[in-house]
Design a protein around this ligand. Structure first.
Ligand SMILES: C[S@@+](CC[C@H](N)C(=O)[O-])C[C@H]1O[C@@H](n2cnc3c(N)ncnc32)[C@H](O)[C@@H]1O
Length: 321
C-alpha cells in the first residue's frame, strides 16, 4: 500500500494535464498551493514565537529541516523557502544578531516518488543543501536528535495500509462494493480511525527520536468542521463518486480487458483532476492503467454537483522538550 500511494510524477502529470488548457493547469496548481499558502503566516508565527534552537549544535552551525511526503513539487519548495526565511529572520526581528547558519533540507517521500522531477525543479539560488530521503515516514528515517524542524503537509492522511477488517468477508467492517468509508457503516469508519491512530503513533514516536530538544514540527492536514459528518465533506463525496464509477465499470465489463483509449474530456471538474494527480498511481496499480481514463471521466460526471465550501485544513505545531 505504501508503495502504491505515490503522486503522479513528471510524465504522470503530463498525462493528467494532456488536453487541458493553460488556465486549467494553473488552477490545479493554485488548488494544490492554496492550503500551503493559508498556513504560511501561521508557520512564520510559530517559528518566531516557539522555535528555540539558537545554536544547532556545539560542533556545527548546520540547521536541518525535513519535509515528510514532499511529492514532486512545487509546494515543498515554497514551504521550505518559508521555513528557511522565517528562521533567518527570527533572531534579527527580535533584536538579536543573525545566526550564521547553513541549511540542509531533507526531502522525504516513498521510494516510488519521482525525485528526479523534484530535483530538476530546484531554483538555482535555493540557499540550502538538498538531500532526497526515500522511505516511509511511519518508520525511523534519520539519526537520533539530528533534525531541528520537521514539516509535513497533506501527507498524513495516507495510511500505511488498508485496515485489515475491510478486506475480511467475515468481519462486520467488510467494505464490500466501496473504496472508502463515506457511505459505509460506523464499523468501517472505526477501522480507518484505528489504523490512523496506529500510524500517527508510529509517526510521532519516530520523529520524537529524530528531533533535537527545542526543535519543532509543523503538520498540516485535511480536517472537517466541528459538527459536520464525514459523509458531507466534498473530498469524501468525490471518493464516493469514484467508488461508484468503479462499481459501474465492474458491472459493465471485465476490468482487466484492454479498452479503447478516449481523450480526457475538458470539463469544469478541476477537483477531479486534482484528486487524480494524487491517487491515479494507487488505482492503476490495483486495477491496471486501461481503466483510468474512463474511471475519471465517469467520476467527473458523478461529482458535477459537489460543493467545495466545507473544505478545511488542520495546522498542528509541536515542540520537542
Ligand atoms: C498529497 S501529496 C502532498 C505533497 C506536498 N506535501 C504538498 O503539500 O503539496 C502526499 C505525498 O505524501 C507521500 N506519502 C504518502 N505516504 C507516505 C509515507 N508513508 N512516507 C512518505 N511519504 C508518503 C505521497 O507519496 C505523496 O507524495
Amino acid at each position: 500500500m505504501a508503495e502504491a500511494f505515490t503522486m503522479n510524477g513528471g510524465d504522470g502529470l503530463q498525462h493528467v494535464f494532456r488536453g487541458k488548457s493553460d488556465k486549467q493547469i494553473s488552477l490545479i496548481g493554485i488548488l494544490q498551493r492554496a492550503g500551503s499558502n493559508a498556513a504560511k503566516e501561521t508557520m512564520r508565527e510559530v517559528i518566531f514565537e516557539k522555535l528555540d534552537v539558537r545554536s544547532p549544535t556545539s560542533a556545527s552551525n548546520t540547521f536541518r529541516i525535513a519535509d515528510m511526503g514532499c511529492s514532486v513539487g512545487p509546494n515543498t519548495l515554497f514551504s521550505m523557502q518559508t521555513v528557511q526565511e522565517s528562521i533567518e529572520n527570527k533572531y534579527p526581528s527580535q533584536g538579536f544578531p543573525p545566526l550564521d547558519l547553513e541549511f540542509q533540507v531533507f526531502f522525504n517521500d516513498l521510494t516510488s516518488n519521482d525525485f528526479n522531477t523534484l530535483f530538476a525543479s530546484f531554483p538555482p539560488n535555493k540557499g540550502y543543501f538538498a538531500v532526497g530521503v526515500p522511505g516511509s515516514f511511519y518508520s525511523r528515517l534519520f539519526p537520533a536528535s539530528s533534525l531541528h524542524f520537521v514539516h509535513s503537509s497533506f501527507a498524513l492522511q495516507w495510511l500505511s495500509k488498508v485496515p485489515e477488517q475491510l478486506l475480511d468477508k467475515n468481519s462486520l467492517a467488510w467494505n464490500k462494493g466501496r473504496i472508502h468509508y463515506t457511505s459505509a457503516s460506523g464499523k468501517v469508519a472505526n477501522a480507518y480511525t484505528s489504523q490512523f491512530e496506529n500510524d500517527i503513533d508510529d509517526f510521532l514516536n519516530a520523529r520524537a527520536k529524530e528531533v533535537v530538544a527545542g526543535g519543532m514540527m509543523v503538520l498540516i492536514t485535511l480536517g472537517r468542521p466541528d459538527g459536520t459528518h464525514h459523509s458531507k465533506l466534498p473530498l469524501c463525496l468525490l471518493l464516493d463518486a469514484l467508488g461508484s464509477s468503479l462499481m459501474d465499470m465492474a458491472k459493465a465489463m471485465e476490468l482487466t480487458a484492454p479498452m479503447s483509449k478516449t481523450d480526457v474530456p475538458v470539463g469544469p471538474q478541476d477537483m477531479v483532476i486534482h484528486l487524480r494527480a494524487g491517487i491515479e498511481g494507487m488505482l492503476a496499480k490495483h486495477f491496471g492503467n486501461d481503466i483510468i481514463e474512463e474511471l475519471f471521466e465517469r467520476t467527473s460526471q458523478k461529482s458535477a454537483e459537489i460543493s467545495y465550501a466545507l473544505e478545511i485544513q488542520l495546522f498542528v505545531d509541536l515542540k520537542r522538550q
